[in-house]
Write a protein that binds this ligand. Sequence first.
Ligand SMILES: Cc1ncc(COP(=O)(O)O)c(C=O)c1O
Length: 410
Amino acid sequence: MDFESKVSDLAKGIKSSIIRELLKYASEPGFISFGGGVPDPETFPRKELAEIAREVVEKEYRFALQYGTTEGDPLLKAQYIKYLERWEGLKDLKEKNLLITVGSQQALDLIGRTFLDSESIIAISQPAYLGAVSAFKMRNPRFLTIPLSDDGMETEILEKKLRSLTAAELKKFKFVYTVPNFHNPAGVTLTLERRKHLLELAERYDFFVVEDDPYGALRFEGEHIPSVFKLGGMDRVVLLNTFSKVLSPGLRIGLVIAHESVISKLVKVKQGVDLCSPSLTQRIAARYMERYDMLERLRKTLAIYREKKDVMMKAFEEHLSDLDAHWTRPKGGLFSWVVLPEGFDTLEMLELGKEYKILWIPGAAFHVDGSGQNTMRVSFCLPSKEEIEEGVRRIRKVVEAYKSSKVISR
Ligand SMILES: Cc1ncc(COP(=O)(O)O)c(C=O)c1O
């Protein structure tokens, strides 16, 4: 059977993720990887989760081993509503304002299916989170790309681009997708002023904001900035959260927090996708939240991330500052973003990276238009401090080797 001839146009258009391809090398001996944006498995509270998992299966099997509702476990929702009140100061949230998804990746997919047609227009940052772009691309919308600065998405440029749309195009403009805290891949945070500006634009041009916030709780420096959702309310903002970076990505639990009219639409779409999110992991997470303070327990991990970030910043100063390169200095999250001088191609450089046993994610992967050749995403959360120092030293060696192979005169 020639299955190839039966494949849909949609599936034909999907390229395999470069990140997945690259991470295969990361486990080879001697390799240092700045590639993966995943938490350190040693930070997972495995003893506590194991104990709870056993109890949940034994005592709550009627719920936990059964199909659940598409909306999600009411117990988990109740716990999460308390958490959002404490952490984000969000009041008056009800069960009907929450949908539990299979990671926030599913939430992105459901949002694409629910709101986008091939004529639709949305705005995303450049660079942007690859998973969101892949999810939205399934619906084939037109992307407006908005550059990022150290203050997050440049809402002034968003305003200019919106102003240049015709009335007919504005009608098709659905939402702005933003990762406001410790952006993946760029590591930058949207300032309070820009959050407010974004909401002003949302009012003026009548669109909504998809606020994807997996990293907000991972702040290791500076003051918490109110979420766009807190500032703009559920009439303008759909907030996405996840347990992936604060507890464990293996649970595959994400949440949509939104107006009930949005939630009920997403629920209908989700029914056709997977009926419901896993009852078992939802109940484990609910019991975990009941017993433990998730954020309190994260403190130790955050102190480690901050130290590692400092080591990386110092190593960049030492090894890259004479290069006319620059990089972001994150106050939380897992990533920094390095911009090398024009002429460098971080994808091409990966061949040398493999030789020197150092890995990063080429920045072009995060650009919908394929630009950003001279950029790279580097994560500091998994390698040890020694590996971070050595890894940056290796990046410098790769830069030198690439320069001589390309005769980049800088
Ligand atoms: C910005 C952003 N959104 C969504 C996700 C997906 O997370 P989840 O594990 O909840 O599906 C990630 C994962 O890295 C992310 O960085």
